[in-house]
Ligand binder design. Sequence first.
Ligand code: CLF
Ligand code: SF4
Length: 436
Amino acid sequence: MSTMRCREEKQGIDPELKRRIEDHPCYSEKAHHRYARIHLPVAPRCNIQCNYCNRKYDCQNESRPGVTSAVLAPEEALERVEEVSRVMPNLSVVGIAGPGDPLANPDETFRTFELLRDRFPDMKRCMSTNGLMLIEHADRIHELGIDHVTVTLNAVDPEIGARIYSHVILDGQRHFGREGASVLLERQLLGLRMLRERAILTKVNIVMVPGVNDDHIPVIARRVNDLGAFIINVIGLIPTPNTPFADLRGPTPSERKRVQDQCEGFIRQMRWCRQCRSDAIGLLGHDLSSSMFESGPVFGEGCRMKKDIISSKAASPDLAKGPGRIYVAVSTMGDEEVNSPFPGTGEVLIYEATRDHIMFLEARDPSRFTYGDGSDNMLKDVQAVIASDLDEEAKDMLAGLGIDAVACSGPIRSAVARYARGKGIDPPEDDVAGPI
Ligand code: CLF
Ligand code: SF4
């Protein structure tokens, strides 16, 4: 039985809490397959400078690097929700996550939430912030019924923070180095406490930077758990050109998983984040923003940057196979089904199967698939690729790497369980990492 299940079963899950998360795709793993969110890019400015951020693009505390979103006025944002909600009945959450920091743009952010509260009172309101200005705005957040707030917090030690943040701007004054990191940290911690006092559900995003804060993440996790955070989301750094962290590397899948496993003993882990853009629309991993709003999101330099970054800097796959544990890649268009060919236009999701669980680990970029010798192949560490169909070239390449090619359809978990059973591992099919 997984650590997560042990902890959840000991604590039990309060029905009221369950109600608050069951249709939020970022707070419930079960919900992320079924419920959609829309991000409204109404907040262009930022009040800090993270060393991994190039401000030509969206805030990286939740978004992939190299993505640019066109900014909307609050009234335009409301129109967008009206339009999307007409065609997307499973739209349950509306969030503001950039392109800068929502609380560095309080007028636009709160005006948007005000319009939404009046027009769509039943839709969950969600926000993601660096936390610098939470103290000033905690009451307003509460009054407007913003029930879910994400705070990105990358260090609880100002020495480490000083390596991650170049400066912080407060009351028109710039604070650098350790002093800047201390100002930010004190305000983030107090902000989290204030959110807890107002019974607002909080998620903490942590950008994992190998060699800078990786060993420190369990300390952060304990601290934010003590401050009432509901869940944490460890995001891997994707280095961005023209930033101080351009030459660093992101964590490998197994490094990130090791840290998540360490933290799971004392706080829930969000492992299904897709680092979406600040104008994302739809199910996580199936962004429809570009197809729905031609004149909205700005593609161009942003997308080219993203492609370069992913092909040249993404960490190499390195999940360690071992007895009683297998990793499989599933090609899917969503709905928890094996319903996309390989290679195809769907997502490639990586699952771990053991006798205790079938656990979703991460989504990998299909553009990294190659027919080469496998040295940088995004699938070199999995035992099988499960897809609705596989072309002959792909089958040959996979065979050359010792990877099984499985063509089938139906629910992902059943397909993974069937494959695992064939390998002598008998996982529970319905175990979605505990009750959330
Ligand atoms: Fe958006 Fe963030 Fe709300 Fe979710 S995203 S503001 S909590 S509704 Fe979700 Fe996207 Fe990951 Fe964010 S998958 S980047 S965690
Ligand atoms: Fe960039 Fe977001 Fe950091 Fe601001 S908070 S500097 S937008 S990553």
